[in-house]
Structures are given as structure tokens and as C-alpha cells.
Write a protein that binds this ligand. Structure first.
Ligand code: GTP
Ligand code: MG
Length: 209
């Protein structure tokens, strides 16, 4: 059975935010990096998360329940969106920071990074913040369909060096579906649930375990 994503909760304010005691993996990244598109790609449903070519579309924290595994993917509001007011940006930052601090079973934060851009300061700031809280960080490069294999390899190596990780960050594309099954496996393993058998990808090679 393919996995399903069900939007269970949308949080706009600090007052609405309550700790959810279930395994979670959060998706963080700059506005326009492709967080919502990735949710749709994972769900295999175009209209589940709203996407837009104008940055700043997701202004809330969205909890998607993964079925049948019973963990959550949480889409965080994008940062670095210049056109909204300073107060509004500060409000989102507080919401994200509070979520990161109060969630008891936050197994990891996936930091989505644009594969066409060299490492940016606000990405590094977020990564440092997450790591300082002792939360596992998983870097993933988005929009991989937009760059050539050689450019991708270069940016992968650059991020690996910068973040000092044992493996290269995975490249994904919501447009072409590149590495979608691999990402699902990574997310499920990270959330601590047994990987569901996938009809498309066959048995999981033991190399990543
Ligand atoms: P915010 O909600 O503002 O934080 O943005 P977001 O990170 O959710 O980005 P979103 O998914 O809305 O995508 C932003 C733009 O990038 C849209 O125009 C998407 O169509 C495009 N996009 C997202 N993923 C991909 C991808 O893998 N390949 C290509 N070519 N375009 C993509
Ligand atoms: Mg979004």
C-alpha cells in the first residue's frame, strides 16, 4: 500500500502551538526552496500543500500524518522572505524556534537547500541553530532537475564539506520525482518506523542501514 499524507493540523500562532507526542520529522528551508512541492510529491497529490511561484506562500506550520506508519511530517514556514514585515518575520521565527524546542519526539529536521545556489548565510544560521539544540540535521538538495549532473555533484560536495557529514546530501526533484522512494525510506527510518514495502523500489539494499 502506498503511503498517504493527511493534513491534520495547521498552526498560525504561538498560542495554538502545543507539543505533539508522536514521532516527527520537520521540513525547513528558505521560502521558495520547494518544501510544499516536496510534500505534494511525496504524497503523489498535486493540491495537498499550496505552492506558489511567489515566495512566502506557507505562513503556517502544517502537520501531515503519514499513513500507515503513524509519524508526522511537519512543513515549517519558509524563512528569508524579504517582502513581509519585520514583525511578521519575527513572529514566524518565534513559531519555528518554539516548535523546535518544545517538540518531544522531533527525530530530525530536514534542511531543504536549493541545488542551484551556493550555501547561503540564512541556511547556515538555521543549521547552526538546529545543531545547537542537539537535533539531527538531514540536508537535502531540491530542484535537482534544474541543474546538470556535474553542477549537482559540485554543490553536493560543497555542502558535505561545509556540514561535515559522512555522506553526500541527497538530491531530489518534485518535478521529475528523482529519489522520491529513497527519501521516503530515509524519512521512515529517521522517524524510527520500519520501512514499508514499496512495490516500485523492491527490497531495500542494506548499504544505508
Ligand atoms: P514557501 O511556502 O514560500 O516557504 O515556499 P516553498 O518552500 O513551500 O516552495 P514551493 O513548494 O511553493 O515552490 C516554490 C516554487 O518552486 C514553485 O514555483 C514550484 O513549482 C517550484 N519548484 C518546487 N520544487 C521544484 C522542483 O523540484 N523542480 C522545479 N523545476 N521547480 C520546483
Ligand atoms: Mg510552502
Amino acid at each position: 500500500m502506498p503511503r498517504q499524507l493527511i493534513l491534520e493540523q495547521t498552526i498560525y500562532t504561538l498560542e495554538q502551538l502545543e507539543p505533539l507526542d508522536a514521532p516527527q520529522v520537520a521540513l525547513a528551508g528558505r521560502s521558495n526552496v520547494g518544501k510544499s512541492s516536496l510534500i505534494n510529491s511525496l504524497a503523489g497529490r498535486k493540491g495537498l500543500a499550496k505552492i506558489s511561484s511567489t515566495p512566502g506562500k506557507t505562513r503556517s506550520l502544517n502537520y501531515y500524518r503519514v499513513e500507515p506508519d503513524a509519524f508526522y511530517l511537519v512543513d515549517l514556514p519558509g524563512y528569508g522572505y524579504a517582502r513581509c514585515s519585520k514583525t511578521e518575520r519575527a513572529k514566524w521565527a518565534r513559531l519555528i524556534q518554539t516548535y523546535l524546542k518544545i517538540t518531544p519526539r522531533l527525530e530530525a529536521v530536514v534542511a531543504l537547500l536549493d541545488s542551484r545556489l551556493t550555501p547561503q548565510k540564512n541556511d547556515m544560521d538555521l543549521i547552526a541553530y538546529i545543531r545547537n539544540l542537539g537535533i539531527t540535521l538531514i540536508p537535502i538538495l531540491t530542484k535537482a532537475d534544474k541543474c546538470k549532473q556535474r553542477e549537482r555533484a559540485k554543490i553536493q560536495q560543497q555542502w558535505q564539506r561545509l556540514l561535515d557529514t559522512p555522506t553526500l546530501p541527497m538530491c531530489v526533484s518534485s518535478k521529475s520525482g528523482m529519489n522520491r522512494d529513497k527519501l521516503w525510506e530515509l524519512l521512515a527510518r529517521t522517524a524510527g518506523v520500519a520501512p514499508a514495502p514499496s512495490l516500485e523500489s523492491g527490497p531495500d539494499p542494506a548499504e544505508n542501514s
